[in-house]
Design a protein around this ligand. Structure first.
Ligand SMILES: [Zn+2]
Length: 326
């Protein structure tokens, strides 16, 4: 059994950093907040479905992969929320965390959501998306005669699934085990050996293209420095003797630097020099900046004066063991 852990997509981390820092008067402030809200809800919905896989009763060895981004021959991407593979079949799962009444139109290929207050909104049709992914995986795995199935899971328990075509099953998260049971009954023939299953899983993980930071935002549009979480990230914290202190509410923290540096990594760039650190985080002395950079043992290139430090991914987790309190 192999169940991958779903990691926060880079785009969500980027939006999280931007949400903390973008000035309220920015013309795109509302747009990015809405994007964040949608993506964050989507991620929460996916996490909710992920819990089901851990409790899954499956008669065969299986793999579950999350958030796979694969590129097809036309250079278009396929983002698969979850892919379940066992020796008998493969199941592509598209996850939607939307509330209200959902109508899936087979002719217009649209998903229409009607909120309890009557507001009507259009969404990309998850059924059409799933069919597109199925076609693509059929091409990739044409050498194996493994059946490829698809399903759409609605992770919001209060959503009402109204009209929908019968092409792809669509159900609430609680129906996952039952749906899989029906597939176990439908596909009784063993097609993949355990070695082949491992091979396919590895092949997909190798092809996976992790998402990239969507676009660059001019640094004049967002607040710089280490920002105080107690002041809703509106006031800056200052560095003295290894501690960051808020000039407004006096909140003090050493570890808050990790989150701020992660914001820098996503919003500015994944490398930093002593000078850039001093400028962005308002550190007065070069020695203090140097001590700070060395403390976390970031990989670097270049000689002493022109040293460029490379900030690892998952920076907050990476930096955790280097703080005094931990
Ligand atoms: Zn404060």
């Amino acid at each position: 059994m192999h169940i991958a852990i779903r990691e926060k997509p880079v785009k969500l981390l980027w939006l999280e950093a931007l949400k903390r820092r973008l000035f309220e008067e920015d013309p795109d402030f509302g747009f990015y907040h809405e994007q964040f809200r949608r993506l964050d809800a989507g991620f929460a919905g996916e996490k909710r479905v992920d819990r089901e896989w851990h409790e899954l009763i499956c008669p065969y060895t299986f793999s579950v992969l999350h958030n796979l981004i694969l590129i097809n021959s036309a250079q278009h991407s396929h983002q698969l929320d979850t892919l379940f593979i066992c020796s008998h079949f493969m199941l592509i799962v598209e996850i939607k965390n939307i509330n209200g009444r959902l109508d899936f139109d087979d002719f217009t290929h649209q998903c229409i959501r009607t909120k309890p207050n009557g507001t009507v909104e259009g969404f990309p049709n998850a059924i059409t998306q799933t069919q597109r992914h199925m076609q693509f995986l059929k091409v990739i795995f044409q050498n194996y005669s493994l059946p490829i199935e698809g399903a759409v899971i609605i992770s919001n328990p209060s959503a009402i699934i109204a009209s929908h075509p019968n092409t792809i099953p669509i159900f609430h998260v609680s129906g996952l085990q039952k749906h899989l049971n029906s597939l176990f009954e439908k596909y009784t023939k063993t097609i993949l050996s355990n070695e082949q299953l491992t091979q396919i899983t590895q092949q997909l993980l190798t092809r996976n293209q992790p998402s990239k930071v969507p676009t660059s935002i001019d640094p004049s549009r967002f607040r710089q420095g280490v920002l105080c979480p107690k002041c809703q990230y509106k006031s800056q914290m200052h560095y003295a003797r290894g501690i960051w202190r808020c000039s407004s509410c006096q909140y003090a923290s050493e570890e808050i630097f990790a989150e701020a540096l992660q914001d820098y990594r996503y919003l500015v760039k994944p490398t930093i020099t002593n000078k850039q650190l001093r400028e962005f985080f308002d550190i007065p002395s070069s020695d203090a900046a140097n001590r700070l950079l060395r403390k976390f043992q970031f990989p670097y290139t270049g000689s002493y004066k022109n040293r460029v430090y490379h900030l690892p991914e998952n920076l907050v987790d990476y930096m955790k063991p280097f703080f005094r309190s931990s």
